[in-house]
Design a protein around this ligand. Structure first.
Ligand code: AMP
Ligand code: MG
Length: 411
C-alpha cells in the first residue's frame, strides 16, 4: 500500500529548521508573471514591475515654508532692523514676478520664491505700518526656503522593482508626477478545504460537524496580499474527490493552498492525490505548531498543504506560504521585523522545535496565551503577535524575547 510506504518515508526524514525550510521553498519559486498598467488610485498593494523615477524635481521650485515676507539679503541692513515697501503678493500656485530691488514680497506657505529673494521672514516677526514692512535683525540666508529638489531630484529612483506599494509610496509617486505604473497582474490562488466534518457558517450545526474556519481565513489572508482567490470549496475525504479538486485547482490557479488531510491517517488523501498528479514532499519542520507541512506540485502548479488545525494553518501560512507567494508575485521578500521585548512569563520546558506562541504585547511586555492548542483560533484573534522561542531555549520572566507583531505577517 502506497500510504504505508509514504508513512515510513515521512518518519525517516530529519526535521529541518524554519529558516532552512523557507530558503528551500523560496529557491523553488518559478515565476511567470503578466504585466499590466494601473493608475495610481488602483495601485495600493500592487507589486511594481518597473522602477519608477521622478519626472520632476520635488519640490519643482524653491518655495516658502512659512506665511511671511520674501526679501533679498542684499536689501537688509547689516546691523539692525530694516524697513522696506511691499512690491507684490504671492499666494501658493502663483507664478511670481522677480523681486523688485529694495522691497519685500508678501508670500504664503507653499508659494514659489520670486527670483532675487533669498530669505523668508515669518509674519509673526514682522510689523507693518505706513512706513512699510519692519523686518527684524539677524535674518539668515535661505531661511524658511524649501529648495527645489530637496525631497527628490528629477530622474531619481523612487522605488525598486518588486516593491509592494503602500500609501506613502503612492504619495511619493504622485509628488513626482507619475500617474500610470506597470505592475504584475495579481496571482490566482486556489483554496480548498478538506474534511467531511466541515460545514459552512450559515448552515445549521449538526452532529459531528464543525464550521469551516480555514476557508474564510485563507480568503482574507490571500486578499490582504492583493491576490485573487479561486475558491474550490470543501473537498470530501476521499482520494477521488481530492484528486479531482486538485486537478481543477491546478488548471485554474497559479498556486494551490489546501488545508487538512496532510496527516498520515486513512482519512488524509492530499499526499496520495498530489503524488498521483505530480510530486509532494512532507516536510518535517522544527516548528511548533505546524511540524508537518506539505509542499509540491500538481501538474506543475505549486501546492501548499497546510495543516487542518486553524492556528497551525495560520502560522504556517504566515511563515512559509506568504513569503513564497510574495516571491511568486514578483515581490521583494522582506523578513518580518522582530522586536526584543520583556517576557512577562516563564517558559522553562525547552523543546527541540522553534515555537511560535500567540501572545499579547502591551506596554513593553509580552505575555503568551496559556492554552496554545493548535485547534484554538480565538487566541490568534485576541493576540497581536507571535513570540518566537528558539529551539532548546528556556525563558525566565524579565528576559528579552523575540516578538513579531501580526502587522508584520498579515499584509
Ligand atoms: P486534519 O489535518 O484534516 O487531520 O485536521 C486536523 C484538525 O483540524 C481536525 O480537528 C479538523 O477538524 C480541523 N480542521 C481541518 N480543516 C478545518 C477547517 N477548514 N476549519 C476548521 N477546522 C478544520
Ligand atoms: Mg481532515
Amino acid at each position: 500500500m502506497t500510504e504505508v510506504v509514504a508513512n515510513a518515508d515521512f518518519k525517516v526524514k530529519p526535521l529541518i529548521p524554519v529558516t532552512q525550510a523557507l530558503e528551500k521553498l523560496l529557491a523553488d519559486v518559478e515565476t511567470d508573471l503578466v504585466i499590466e498598467q494601473v493608475d495610481l488610485k488602483n495601485a495600493l498593494g500592487r507589486v511594481l514591475a518597473q522602477q519608477p523615477t521622478a519626472l520632476v524635481d520635488v519640490p519643482p521650485q524653491d518655495n516658502s515654508s512659512m506665511d511671511g515676507y520674501a526679501v533679498a539679503m542684499a536689501s537688509l541692513n547689516v546691523d539692525g532692523a530694516t524697513i522696506l515697501p511691499q512690491s507684490q503678493r504671492i499666494a501658493a500656485g502663483d507664478d511670481p514676478q522677480p523681486l523688485t530691488v529694495a522691497s519685500v514680497a508678501r508670500i504664503f506657505t507653499g508659494a514659489e520664491i520670486p527670483s532675487g529673494a533669498d530669505a523668508i521672514i515669518m509674519q509673526e516677526q514682522v510689523t507693518v505700518d505706513a512706513a512699510g514692512v519692519h523686518l527684524p535683525a539677524g535674518i539668515k540666508d535661505r531661511q524658511n526656503i524649501r529648495p527645489r529638489g530637496q525631497d527628490l531630484k528629477r530622474g531619481e529612483l523612487l522605488q525598486p522593482l518588486g516593491k509592494k506599494l503602500q500609501a506613502a509610496d503612492i504619495g511619493v509617486l504622485a509628488s513626482a508626477g507619475i500617474d500610470l505604473l506597470s505592475v504584475y497582474k495579481p496571482l490566482k490562488i486556489a483554496i480548498l478545504s478538506t474534511g467531511d466534518e466541515l460545514l459552512e457558517p450559515g448552515e445549521p450545526i449538526a452532529p459531528g460537524k464543525i464550521y469551516n474556519s480555514n476557508r474564510a481565513m485563507l480568503t482574507a489572508l490571500i486578499t490582504q496580499l492583493g491576490m485573487q482567490v479561486v475558491d474550490l470549496g470543501k473537498v470530501a475525504d476521499t482520494f477521488a474527490a481530492t484528486q479531482k479538486a486538485l486537478a481543477i485547482a491546478a488548471d485554474s490557479a497559479d498556486l494551490i493552498i489546501s488545508t487538512g488531510g496532510v496527516s498520515v491517517g486513512e482519512e488524509d488523501h492530499i499526499k496520495a492525490a498530489v503524488d498521483s498528479l505530480g510530486t509532494l514532499d512532507m516536510w518535517r519542520i522544527k516548528l511548533k505548531p505546524g511540524k508537518p507541512l506539505a509542499y509540491g506540485r500538481v501538474n506543475g502548479t505549486p501546492i501548499f498543504g497546510l495543516p487542518g488545525n486553524p492556528a497551525s494553518a495560520l502560522i504556517t501560512f504566515c511563515l512559509f506560504a506568504r513569503p513564497y507567494m510574495t516571491k511568486l508575485q514578483g515581490g521583494i521578500v522582506v523578513k518580518p521585523m522582530k522586536f526584543k521585548v520583556i517576557a512577562a512569563f516563564e517558559h522553562l520546558k525547552s523543546g527541540s522545535r522553534e515555537e511560535y506562541l500567540r501572545a499579547r504585547y502591551s506596554e513593553g511586555e509580552v505575555q503568551p496565551f496559556k492554552n496554545q492548542s493548535s485547534g484554538m483560533l480565538s487566541t490568534a484573534s485576541r493576540a497581536n503577535g507571535l513570540i518566537v522561542i528558539p529551539a532548546d531555549a528556556v525563558i525566565q520572566s524579565g528576559e528579552l524575547v523575540d516578538f513579531i507583531p501580526f502587522s508584520e505577517l498579515l499584509a
